[in-house]
Write a protein that binds this ligand. Sequence first.
Ligand code: GRF
Length: 203
Amino acid sequence: MRIVVLVSGSGSNLQGVMDAIADGSLPVTLAAVGADRPGTGGVRRADDAGIPTFEVDFRRYPERSAWNRALTDAVAAYAPDYVVSSGFMRIVDQQFLDRFPQRYLNTHPALLPSFPGAHGVRDALAHGVKVTGCTIMIADAGIDTGPILAQAPVAVLPGDTEQSLHERIKIEERRLLIATLADLARSTESAGDRAPDRLPERR
Ligand code: GRF
């Protein structure tokens, strides 16, 4: 099973996927890593590991649909079975989703539908929840909407800051993303080496 991972930030979740592939626990091919801006940590990690990378710089496109088209073409060039948003902070449009129907996975550092959007950790902390967590879903055209594939709880500890809580959530997020990708790889394999028509059972 081939994947392309999209990042916007440090790429620590991507690193988890790369490590799992390297140690043999995740039987997928990381075909490429792409970013929406230059100089991300995620692209640097992939470059250091000799993995193909691309950047479709959002600021260089006159309008969003041109950027979406360029991103879709850049991803499609690697013929992925799945595209994984791992800290990718742009919303893709329907033409991207139509190109990879039911094949765009997103990770979110909160228990959706609670606390969607770019500040899920901060919002959960501010609300005073005692348990938050992370979600893996098949992204649709909304913001952190789409069918949920997997979730994991993370306790909020006294004195937690947004950063300390987010770092703990990311540990669970990496574990859940790797487990979800491994499930998809198994169901892709059993479907005869193509992405399955149905998604694995919810975790
Ligand atoms: C992850 O928690 C992801 O869910 C959120 O941003 C974080 C990305 O972290 N959208 P990193 O870039 O993988 O370190």
